[in-house]
Design a protein around this ligand. Structure first.
Ligand code: SF4
Length: 214
């Protein structure tokens, strides 16, 4: 089985193993997803989901966030960690959205990654989940799983995105991203991957070389 065939089989089995895999951040609009994704850095989706209802009731649009009192905003998002930097980024981001995009979240990668606090991973999440555009968001879970499956030998997320993009058809990118994040988060965990619960053992070089019996 070559790598492309193995990749296709991995995706088929991940669909079977995780039929409910989804993005766990709560949102109703592209702006809410963008804000929630920025807040999720170094935090958990569950923690962010506790904060965003309050945040969005206080500041319902980009203009309101841009003009918010910085210290009040910090208090609202404090529990997500790194709240000073996140508040600063959120306000600068929303200011740019207000001034250059009429308060709307753009869809193209260049405009998204020009926003303060928005890297390629966040841009891919917004493009894929809010707009249904093809993209692979490489977070720490996707990165770990991709390396263990030897679908990449890279550690740079942009290079991993390219490696996965070459291996899977564009029509599957959004699903690959969702499945890899979910499987990495809940099964192929960093310290102790749950190989006994994983249906990829026979497709997984890491299991063959190191994980047998884990
Ligand atoms: S067999 Fe183990 S190491 Fe390989 S993908 Fe599954 S959980 Fe991860």
């Amino acid at each position: 089985m070559n790598d492309a065939e193995r990749a296709g089989e991995v995706l088929t089995r991940l669909r079977q193993l995780h039929p409910d895999a989804r993005v766990e951040l709560d949102f109703e609009t592209p702006l809410q997803l963008l804000v929630a994704t920025i807040l999720a850095a170094q935090s958990t989706d569950r923690r962010v989901n506790l904060v965003t209802p309050v945040l969005f009731s206080h500041y319902p649009d980009a203009e309101a966030l841009a003009e918010a009192d910085n210290e009040e905003l910090q208090e609202v998002i404090r529990s997500t960690g790194f709240f000073r930097q996140k508040a600063k980024n959120l306000q600068a981001c929303c200011q740019m959205l207000t001034e250059e995009h009429a308060g709307e979240v753009p869809t193209d990668m260049e405009s998204l990654t020009a926003l303060p606090g928005v890297g390629r991973k966040t841009a891919n999440v917004v493009r894929a989940v809010a707009y249904g555009l093809p993209g692979i968001a490489v977070d720490t879970h996707c990165k770990r799983l991709s390396n263990r499956l030897q679908f990449t030998g890279n550690s740079d997320p942009v290079k991993i995105e390219g490696d996965l993009g070459a291996l899977f058809p564009e029509s599957a990118w959004v699903e690959v991203s969702r499945m890899f994040v979910w499987h990495g988060r809940y099964t192929c965990k960093a310290r102790t991957p749950l190989c006994a619960e994983c249906n990829l053992q026979d497709l997984c070089p890491w299991f063959r070389e190191q994980g047998r019996g884990a």
